[in-house]
Ligand binder design. Structure first.
Ligand code: HEM
Length: 477
């Protein structure tokens, strides 16, 4: 049989192409794809990896061959943090993953459930606006990066646990740091994955194993404590008497018979909580950071978006989620932000389960598949003036981020696509609408530009390197 392998850049012995992943891998692999094409075969240590950089090739993976390659590679850090793959995001393809994903889609990510948490989002956003208004009288810049990360963490915390940071003795900063550490661990691979013989030496040196254990135990202790609290105090723990996420999962655990389906345990519940914090908090915050950065450096767009929200809200006291449906331009702004700055520049890695072809090239089982959606979002074949921030490009276009349009995949597509698109977008929309309604925004230091560089640390999400500092002015009372 004649193997038709995808083109490969030069490899070094042992490390293969790992040296090409330094700095910002989505950027270096984009550059490499200009030379070697949209389907490249690389070698990460001992693991063959295919890197996809075009919409057509992404469609071959996520739609045409979805069922043949919708597993996840077994990564040591992810395995530990997910209680040996009891979560949704890192579980390998199979009955278990199908079942846990189904339970969460029906119970946690449904429109009805997400709407039951509306009061949490609105209260937290109102607190944010209050805290920013204090800056507007002093003309000092606000660290929006900090504000957005805290806001997202607060919202997820309340949805999950019913209480908020302010009411628990668990130190907020410690918890946020833990979530950050866990994300960094998942984003940087353990050397052991790639160098089976040398791996333990590298891991020892980088402290990967020790850090994973520490993060795992701290999070585990915390989750155990809140779950125990819930069991002791009974359900209905949010202020409005709605079930919080732990209530829902504990109820599901009780209701399940275990016949013909999985029997949930406390470890399953903790693994799902882990996903909510790792997949759900930073992503929304990072979208907000990039959106406000782009708005601040594109005054035309900022004005137009502000005009829209102020016209629609008029003199009403606040911007609520019922108003969001009418904010059409704001939605275009968010789409354009997600095109240029998808918080996850690569989708989560997939692993091929059978042999199949992408664009005529043979892909073998156990191959890692990385889809560079950051590169696809700036492919001039699909996007005119791709580096321009121009929300109007979506105006007369049917392109959506629901996983049908392969040139625009901020939430992925196919069986492994993000199950929480509604939960993720609704809070981004609400926060932006409020920030634009209440304030005008100025650059600090008399208007020097914003440094749009990306942070080059391994993580699942890519944020802005420098914190976003803006001065809020003209607080609308
Ligand atoms: C704007 C915010 C968000 C963005 C841009 C985003 C994006 C993504 C992306 C790109 C993936 C990988 C898809 C793939 O591999 O094809 C993903 C998966 C996932 N996301 Fe999101 N996400 C967001 C918010 C959330 C939230 C709020 C949650 C939960 C609270 C969440 C839960 C998940 C889970 C559980 C998976 C794994 C799905 C699986 O492997 O079956 N995401 N998300």
């Amino acid at each position: 049989e004649n193997k038709q392998l995808p083109p490969s850049p030069h490899k070094f012995p042992i490390i293969g192409n790992l040296h090409q992943l330094r700095g910002l891998p989505h950027y270096s692999l984009w550059q490499l794809s200009k030379k070697y094409g949209p389907v490249m075969l690389l070698q990460f240590g001992r693991v063959p990896a295919v890197v996809i950089s075009s919409a057509d090739a992404a469609e071959e993976v996520l739609k045409v061959n979805d069922l043949l390659c919708c597993s996840r590679p077994p990564l040591a850090g992810a395995g530990r943090l997910s209680y040996n793959y009891l979560d949704i995001a890192f579980a390998p393809y199979g009955d278990y993953w199908r079942e846990i994903r189904k339970i969460c889609v029906l119970e946690l990510f449904s429109t009805k459930r997400v709407q039951s948490f509306r009061f949490i989002r609105e209260e937290e956003v109102a607190l944010l606006i209050d805290s920013i208004s204090q800056f507007s009288s002093s003309a000092n810049p606000v660290d929006l990066t900090e504000k957005f990360l805290t806001l997202s963490a607060n919202i997820t915390f309340r949805m999950a646990f019913g209480t908020n940071f302010r009411e628990t003795d668990f130190e907020k900063d410690r918890f946020k740091r833990l979530v950050d550490d866990a994300q960094a661990l998942l984003g940087s691979f353990s050397a052991n994955e790639y160098f089976p013989h040398l791996g333990w030496i590298f891991d020892k040196v980088s402290g990967y194993h020790t850090r994973t254990e520490r993060v795992f135990h701290e999070l585990d202790t915390f989750f155990k404590r809140v779950i125990d609290d819930h069991i002791e105090l009974g359900h209905g723990r949010t202020d409005k008497g709605e079930e919080d996420i732990i209530d829902v999962l504990l109820r599901t655990e009780k209701e399940q018979t275990g016949v013909g389906s999985i029997q949930l345990t406390k470890d399953h519940i903790k693994a799902v909580l882990m996903d909510l914090f790792l997949a759900g908090t930073n992503t929304s915050a990072v979208v907000l950071i990039w959106a406000m950065s782009e708005l601040a450096r594109n005054p035309r767009v900022m004005k137009k978006a502000q005009q829209e929200v102020r016209d629609i809200i008029g003199n009403k006291a606040r911007v609520t989620e019922s108003d969001i449906g009418e904010l059409h331009y704001l939605k275009l702004v968010i789409k354009e932000t997600l095109r240029l700055h998808p918080p996850g520049p690569f989708l989560l890695p997939r692993e091929a389960m059978s042999k199949f072809k992408i664009n005529g090239y043979d892909i073998y089982p156990k191959t890692l598949i990385q889809i560079n959606i950051w590169a696809i979002g700036r492919d001039p074949k699909y996007w005119k003036d791709p580096e321009e921030f121009f929300p109007e490009r979506f105006l007369d276009s049917s392109i959506e981020f629901k996983g049908q349009d392969f040139e625009f995949l901020p939430f992925g597509a196919g069986r492994r696509g993000c199950p929480a698109i509604y939960m993720g977008t609704i809070s981004v929309e609400l926060v932006l609408a409020n920030l634009l309604y209440y304030f005008d925004w100025k650059l600090p230091n008399g208007g020097e530009g914003i440094n749009m560089e990306e942070k080059a640390v391994p993580s699942l999400t890519v944020s802005k390197k420098e914190a976003l500092q803006l001065v809020p002015v003209n607080f609308l009372q």
